[in-house]
Design a protein around this ligand. Sequence first.
Ligand code: NAD
Length: 330
Amino acid sequence: MPFNTKLTRALGIKVPIVQGGMQWVGYAELASAVSNAGGLGILTALTQPTPEALRAEIRRCKTMTSSPFGVNITLLPAMTPPDYGAYAQVVIDEGIKIVETAGNSPGPVIQQLKAVGTIILHKCTTIRHAESAIKLGVDFLSIDGFECAGHVGETDITNFILLSRARQSLKVPFIASGGFADGQGLAAALSLGAEGINMGTRFMCTVEAPIHVNIKEEIVRASETDTELVMRRWKNTSRLYKNKVSKEASRIERESTTGKFEEIASYVSGKRGREVFINGDADFGVWTAGQVIGLIHDIPTCNDLVKRIETEAEDTLNQASSLIVPSSKL
Ligand code: NAD
């Protein structure tokens, strides 16, 4: 049975599952597979080297799905700062109606996109940032708990607290991000007041994710303790897969007497991380993974995964409601 939440209604999707932006993973193969499965697939803008390359990728994705898909634009410190406005303009020109934003100072990009009525899902890790994004006119918040992969923020609040805080305080609907891989998680998120979930790491470990199979098998083998936090010293904390390179970056960060970012730059470089997904050597560079990595035990197609989550969530919600005994029967 299709779900009916504010998210599914606003985006025109069947299942309230969003595939979040992932650097070097969010290509048309994955985004179209998630959209074809009934969720919302998302292309990652900055995975494309130029705005024109993003235009070509959007067009390629349109040939692979007739269902809605979105584009992620993430604004974080970068070794070569991109022209975010030019990427956003391509999104507008190509008629993309849904954008996931994330990162610091998203105001100008959100303003540019809202001027043409784009639906914005803004990902953030604190209620304070969510409230600022609401003032900018975003349509949904994607509330990203400390369990999440990549940029976890600096306050370390996990989703059990963060989602309830969102439910208590936010005047705009939200989805739950960080820590989700199955239907029990979706049912829990809906129970806590979310309109759906966002998943990243779980979608990396699918048949269609355009990354080397060795990395998918590494994810299946990994446990929830296999992530490493780096870059806290520079207030840009990122949760990475625990491998030789992230452990070394973490050691240098702890022991450095200069505190210069340059000391770890070559270890955490995105270009090097990209190679991991191409050559399949999990220790070649850093790559992001959430604590949810411990809940991933197989490599299904996106269609099988989304269907399974849908069924698990329905069963979980039905079982939960069967625990309530009508007072007339007591
Ligand atoms: P990169 O190689 O430029 O940087 C690697 C890491 O170091 C990133 O985490 C970055 O935020 C951090 N960093 C760079 N300069 C820094 C500084 N001066 N101080 C503190 N931290 C610094 O990054 P990349 O992985 O190639 O990413 C390139 C672009 O893609 C960036 O603009 C980033 O915002 C974006 N991105 C998007 C996603 C996503 O899921 N959409 C994820 C990660 C990065």
